[in-house]
Write a protein that binds this ligand. Structure first.
Ligand code: AMP
Length: 333
């Protein structure tokens, strides 16, 4: 059996990990990136497409292969093309639709008994500083901050004018939580039936992370939230049990609401407040790019494995054990 993925996001880590676990590997990528991926000896095959419409055919041509989804899969191909993928997908493909819809996403967190920021249904309801978000994993593009209902209304009207969204329903208006970001990465092992804490990262976002380098009053540029990289973090150990409790509760809820449930990597993107509260403002139901920091293992994966275990390798370890035990259907959809 082969492991394949789309050339972007966390594909290097995924394929490196797959090779360490003994799989044949392939990457499906744009011709412009073909040469880049060819330089790595843990990638056995680079399949390049000129037109995005060829991507699904290339994925489906890789018979006897498992496709590992990541944040760029749906963003890059679009949900319609993803629906045409016949190859086995590692994890639960039914969760993509939940992740892509801001309202469904928050509903899933809320019903997991996880603390989330308040959501405002309409701009007119806003009574505090809010962040307005677009659908899907767009790396923060188009998000804006607003201090009051007028600014929210203006911002939404601008997005509609720019055709970034079709209507007000496409965005989510969320209370802006003041604290520090910590994105808690987990792996749910279907085979071991346990939730492993994997690592923590902070997204490095332009220009919000740049603005704090300027003394106050130097610019009136509005903050933006475009992700350009990730920074590692470890949490005070006393925060970990709460994060783990949220993660386990999320796993139980997903099992019920999005069958067959959470499989493998996921992330609870949170703000930790000065009261020590963890407030989760979104989740990712697949590997996040912040795990790229830990290609040689994370501070927490060492505690479970005592060997270098990246998230990419953890996925392939699970896949390998599923194959050995004739349980591939438990980890793929
Ligand atoms: P997201 O794409 O949802 O991860 O959001 C992009 C960035 O916006 C995050 O990395 C945070 O810096 C920030 N952010 C999102 N939601 C909130 C919130 N409710 N409160 C504070 N900051 C947030």
């Amino acid at each position: 059996m082969k492991v394949s993925t789309i050339g972007s996001h966390s594909s290097l880590q995924i394929l490196h990990g797959a090779k360490m676990e003994g799989f044949q590997t392939s990457v499906i990528t744009d011709t412009k990136r073909e040469k880049f991926y060819q330089q790595f000896n843990f990638i056995d095959k680079v399949l390049a497409f000129k037109d995005i419409d060829e991507a699904v055919d290339l994925i489906n041509s890789e018979e006897d292969s498992v496709l590992i989804p990541h944040g760029s899969l749906v963003e890059y191909l679009g949900q319609e093309r993803v629906n045409k993928i016949k190859t086995k997908i590692y994890g639960n493909r039914n969760i993509f639709g939940w992740e892509g819809n801001q309202h469904k996403k928050m509903y899933l967190l809320k019903t997991s008994n996880i603390k989330i920021p308040q959501t405002f249904e309409k701009p007119e309801d806003v009574d505090r500083v809010v962040i307005v978000k677009l659908p899907g994993a767009k790396g923060g593009r188009g998000y804006f901050l607003a201090k009051n209902k007028q600014e929210v209304r203006q911002g939404i009207d601008d997005l509609i004018k720019k055709k970034e969204i079709n209507s007000e329903e496409d965005v989510i208006i969320q209370e802006y939580i003041v604290g520090v970001p910590m994105y808690f990465q987990f792996f749910y092992s279907t085979l071991l039936q346990r939730t492993e804490i994997f690592g923590i990262d902070i997204r490095y976002e332009t220009n919000i992370d740049g603005l704090r380098r300027l003394p106050q009053g130097y610019t009136d540029v509005e903050p933006t939230f475009i992700v350009v990289g990730n920074i590692p973090a470890v949490a005070r150990e006393s925060l970990l049990p709460k994060a783990q409790e949220f993660a386990e509760s999320f796993v139980n809820n997903v099992k019920e609401k999005v069958p067959p449930g959470m499989i493998g990597p996921f992330c609870l993107e949170s703000i930790v407040t000065d009261k020590g509260e963890i407030v989760v403002f979104e989740f990712s139901g697949r590997i996040v790019a912040g795990t790229n920091l830990y290609i040689n293992g994370s501070p927490y994966s060492w505690l479970y494995w005592n060997e270098p275990m990246s998230m990419g390798r953890r996925i392939s370890r699970e896949l390998k054990n599923a194959i050995i035990n004739n349980k591939i259907d438990l980890v793929t959809t």
